[in-house]
Write a protein of this length. Structure first.
Length: 615
């Protein structure tokens, strides 16, 4: 017999289990049944796909309780585990982001944030909520090696031993702690309690879950595939349980989507829009994709081929009638039917979002807050559905606190306005206070406020909406329709602009007069075809060092600083104070839009010197 130590993260998770972070302890049984069901799926698949020799004529799960010994056993005749698999799978937690999540989880125990806890599949370890000892005996199908016995009291160590007589499959025996109903620790040897839990959490499991033996053996679950049943016959509670089973998210889903296609290519799908974004929505290695079944037989988890990346938060099941059970991931990618299903699912998800937008504004607001950033990636990656995505997207806007659709924006455009104005930035307040906004605000033009990183990118890919071009107000020159009759500024600014252009040659590519400023002296704008500073920053953050893109300095001729500077330059072009003023002007414009100064210390010194002369 060997005694081994749990890996650090596994130990931490166990600690949380032993000290019961969940108020609902019943779920340990659901987790065991879920693992057993997965093991049965895997065995059936190994026989179908790899030609493994094993008996699959009576795949099932058995529950056995012993009130006197105070034990509960869940047994399956599924794939089983080898000695090494037991050590690797049960002694460690291999999931990515575990450490980070554990830290959050610890916090959550104090606040009892069930939803956060629910993002973390606790699996097998949840048995330690109700047990003071757990024994797992297993033997891998298709190997002639011995079985393995694993045992632990949930503290720092576990033991591993040979189990020569173990049958193929896995059996988990939970040695129950004394019942304590005040602590929601029920008598889990009670037949009624077991039946109730199975019915509530595991009714849809597609293998029989049996209790009792001989003539008294009873099957506790209905085994009906939820997606095959008409919506009217399934309760929300059943859907929610199923959602939890496949997503490990404890928050009820926001929306349930049923689909069924008959005819040349048949499939059924049951999809869910979650109510909150998982913590790893933007992590590359996160689990994503749908479950694929073929004629009720589970084929694979996380099938990415069924749903595009930008809809990766959609959970659910697709059951296709005409695929081969042997289908592999490689074949899936090229399969015509799969591509067709995927196109239909995308259309259906987008039309569901549209329905939320039109008929359930609160749900829509939740959805868009949680997933809008992901959906907008589709504007780049799914050109065929660009219009449909734009139709369901909403954006913050200067017109009010509520986000607006593009269609609603277009209803409000001013006469003569030919473009949809937007400004990107890091936060709403930064964008709102940017000097670029001034003329637009002053003249009542609505500007969309885009603050998600993805906004910097998709705006480049979307040429227009309903024939109106999307125009950044920080790029190119603006010609506000109502500005056209504005009188020319007094005095000749030509020589000053040339002078500043030379002095600031390192920093800007051009200095010119502005139409977009009313109160500020100066601002920086990008050339129509150059990348924006935020995008440049994003590239740099990703480690891509591109050339620095110079921008254009625009001056407000009506501002006393600018008109004063013009006069000073006219009086004495070689005034030694002028170059410093030029630098201050540039630095202030950069600060006003939330940019970073190249040399803050130098700027501070110039400013302090100048201020000293005014006190
Ligand atoms: N009854 C079983 N038969 C075969 N393998 C099992 C069984 N129970 C657990 N395992 C193996 O141990 C692994 C860890 O199980 P655990 O319940 O901790 O996590 P999980 O099921 O992978 O994750 P989650 O519960 O979040 O879905 C499983 O992925 C599986 O490989």
């Amino acid at each position: 017999m060997e005694t081994l130590e749990f890996q650090a993260e596994a130990r931490q998770l166990l600690q949380l289990m032993v000290h019961s972070i969940y108020s609902n302890k019943d779920i340990f049984l659901r987790e065991l049944i879920s693992n057993a069901s997965d093991a049965l799926d895997k065995l059936r698949l190994a026989v179908l796909q790899d030609g493994l020799e094993a008996d699959t004529s009576d795949l099932h799960i058995e529950i056995e309780s012993d009130a006197e010994a105070r034990t509960l056993t869940v047994r399956d005749n599924g794939i089983g585990m080898t000695h090494d698999e037991v050590v690797a799978l049960i002694g460690t937690i291999a999931k990515s982001g575990t450490a980070e999540l554990l830290a959050k989880l610890k916090e959550a125990t104090e606040t009892k944030d069930a939803a956060l806890i629910g993002q973390f599949g606790v699996g097998f370890y949840s048995t330690f909520m109700v047990a003071d000892k757990v024994t797992l005996t297993t033997r891998k199908a298709g190997t002639d090696g011995h079985g393995t016995r694993w045992e632990s009291a949930g503290e720092g160590t576990y033991t591993i031993d040979d189990a020569p007589d173990a049958p193929v499959g896995t059996s988990v025996t939970v040695h129950l702690r004394p019942k304590d109903e005040e602590d929601a620790l029920f008598d889990y040897t009670d037949e009624w309690k077991i039946k109730e839990i199975v019915k509530r959490y595991s009714d849809f499991i597609s293998f029989p879950i049996r209790m009792g033996s001989g003539d008294e053996a009873a099957t506790l679950n209905s085994m009906k595939a939820l997606w095959a049943r008409p919506r009217s016959e399934v309760s929300d509670e059943e859907y929610h349980q199923f959602y939890r089973h496949i997503s490990h998210d404890w928050t009820d889903p926001l929306e349930i989507i049923n689909m069924r296609a008959e005819g040349t290519f048949e499939y059924e799908a049951l999809l869910f829009l979650p109510a909150r974004a998982p913590h790893d929505l933007f992590q590359r290695d996160a689990r994503r994709g749908l479950q694929l079944y073929v004629k009720r037989v589970f084929i694979m988890d996380d099938s990415r081929e069924l749903i595009p990346d930008y809809l990766r938060f959609v959970k659910g099941v697709v059951d296709a009638a005409d695929l081969s059970l042997n289908i592999s991931r490689e074949i899936l990618q090229q399969d015509r039917h799969i591509q067709m299903i995927r196109r239909r699912l995308v259309k259906k998800v987008l039309s569901t979002i549209k329905d939320l937008l039109n008929n359930h504004p609160e749900k829509y607001a939740t959805f868009w807050r949680e997933f809008g950033r992901a959906v907008k990636e589709g504007l780049l990656n799914d050109p065929d559905n660009q219009k449909a995505i734009l139709d369901v997207a909403t954006f913050a806007s200067t017109a009010g606190d509520e986000p607006t659709t593009l269609a609603a924006y277009l209803e409000r455009v001013k006469e003569g306005q030919e473009e949809i104005y937007y400004l990107t930035g890091e936060s709403r307040s930064q964008v709102e206070n940017s000097p670029h906004m001034e003329a637009f605000q002053a003249q009542g033009y609505e500007v969309l406020i885009l603050t998600d990183p993805v906004d910097e990118v998709w705006v480049e890919a979307v040429p227009d909406y309903d024939g109106k071009k999307l125009q950044s107000i920080a790029r190119g020159s603006v010609d506000l329709p109502s500005e056209k009759e504005k009188p020319e500024p007094e005095g000749d600014f030509g020589p000053l602009l040339t002078f500043l252009g030379e002095k600031l040659e390192e920093q800007v590519k051009e200095v010119r007069l502005s139409h977009r400023l009313t109160t500020s002296a100066a601002c920086l704008v990008s050339d129509a075809n150059d990348i924006t500073p935020t995008l440049e920053k994003m590239y740099r953050a990703m480690g891509q060092e591109g050339p620095r893109v110079k921008r254009i300095l625009e001056l407000n001729p009506d501002h006393p600083l600018v008109s004063g500077l013009r006069e000073a330059h006219e009086r004495q072009a070689d005034d030694p104070a002028l170059p410093d003023t030029a630098e201050l002007l540039y630095g202030t414009a950069l600060l006003a839009e939330g940019g970073d100064l190249e040399d803050p210390a130098r700027f501070a010194k110039l400013l302090a010197d100048r201020l000293a002369r005014t006190v």
